[in-house]
Design a protein around this ligand. Sequence first.
Ligand code: ADP
Length: 190
Amino acid sequence: MLNLVLFGPPGAGKGTQAEFLIESFGLVHLSTGDLLRNEIASSTPLGVEAKRYMDNGELVPDSVVIGMIKNKLEANTDAKGFIFDGFPRTVAQAEALDQLLNANGTPVSAMLSLEVAKEELIARLLNRGKTSGRSDDQDESIIENRINVYNEKTLPLKNYFAGQNKHFGIKGMGSIDEIAARLSEAIKAL
Ligand code: ADP
């Protein structure tokens, strides 16, 4: 089973590359950002609570996203593997993911970390905000906050996965195809 964690700051291209990876490797895509936006669109109590955090560029509480991932894993027991996109984002989430996957005997295979310069991230997100309708992509100070939250709470996960020899840095600048080729190469070498 191939369980990939696609990692990187907001705007690194995780969603774009996840689409390519699910097709190439037949994986189930689990994006906590997409799952949360679906909850918001359906105006569920979870969505209403999550929106307050997301609109400010803050993380949604761990218990909320861990619960969503647990449900999705249980609903996809016949999957060939998963691509985790935007999850885990804290050490507590990584520990919970390890626990859930190890209980099934199907641990994380690798963390693929897309590396992109900060100025490029901000430019990409502002550009996406023009068409995506995402409120968290419109305002430069909220984007800055998301990058700061990433550096403070999410970046430590590099060490967490490096400690398990599962961290692979991938250059996330260049064309979509070039980056996809780099990811493929890293996955095939696993
Ligand atoms: P991006 O990577 O561009 O920030 P996402 O769609 O992954 O976009 O996330 C959007 C927002 O959803 C985050 O800023 C955060 O508020 C919330 N979110 C998504 N995934 C998580 C997670 N694993 N833990 C906490 N909050 C999350």
